[in-house]
Write a protein that binds this ligand. Structure first.
Ligand SMILES: [Fe+2]
Length: 214
């Protein structure tokens, strides 16, 4: 438990520094970061014992960490790497009608939250990992979501905006209720997410039909 506390503490300190020094002119991103820092966990501590589990996608984790190893987020990668053996990777969505193999292409691990390895009452934090050549189709949730790409360059879309390649060094904001997607190309994509707001309601897929009736 003591080792876990140290790892979580190091990770949170590194992430706090990263957010404090965020180099962007996007006022929405800066506003979200300010709100995240206002509810930052005061005494990072381990909330539960690790129960590590892998998915068929985690075979790409090492490659994704290596992609980011010397990049803009190398300090975050260094803080996350020692946590890797303790992480519990899951998919969490019901099967998608158009993409039935998603569970073997996309995986998530949440390790900071009200009942996670590191305790935080008002934030969720975790990692999203996409296998190469994977489309994470349109989805939406009421929480505000900040993404920091760590390894690999994904193609990200939100709302009606044009798809944009985003690499480590950038920060992506998905405001509450805005539909978004991520796609990987030849490399896997690893990104850190932070949820703030409604932490209870899960993300759900949106089909084209649902988009039309919105
Ligand atoms: Fe999301």
């Amino acid at each position: 438990m003591e080792q876990m506390n140290r790892l979580i503490d190091t990770f949170l300190n590194q992430l706090y520094r990263r957010l404090e020094c965020c180099d962007t002119s996007d006022s929405d991103v800066l506003d979200e970061i300010s709100r995240i820092l206002q509810v930052w966990p005061e005494v990072p501590s381990s909330g539960k014992l690790p129960s590590p589990s892998e998915s068929t996608v985690t075979k790409y984790l090492d490659a994704a960490l290596k992609l980011g190893h010397t990049g803009a987020e190398s300090s975050l990668i260094a803080a996350i790497r020692p946590l890797a053996p303790f992480l519990d990777w899951t998919f969490g969505y019901p099967p998608h009608p158009l993409y039935p193999n998603l569970e073997s292409q996309v995986t998530f691990t949440q390790f900071i939250g009200p009942e996670d390895l590191g305790t935080a009452d008002h934030l969720l934090m975790g990692l999203t990992l996409l296998a190469p050549k994977t489309y994470y189709p349109p989805h939406v949730h009421p929480a505000n979501e900040l993404y920091i790409p760590l390894g690999g360059t994904g193609i990200w879309t939100k709302g009606s905006e044009e798809p944009l390649p985003r690499e480590p060094g950038s920060v992506i904001l998905h405001p509450s209720g805005v539909i978004h997607t991520t796609e990987s190309r030849e490399d896997p994509v690893l990104a850190l997410y932070i949820w703030r707001g409604d932490l209870i309601t899960s993300s759900k897929f949106i089909t084209d039909q649902e988009k039309l009736t919105e």
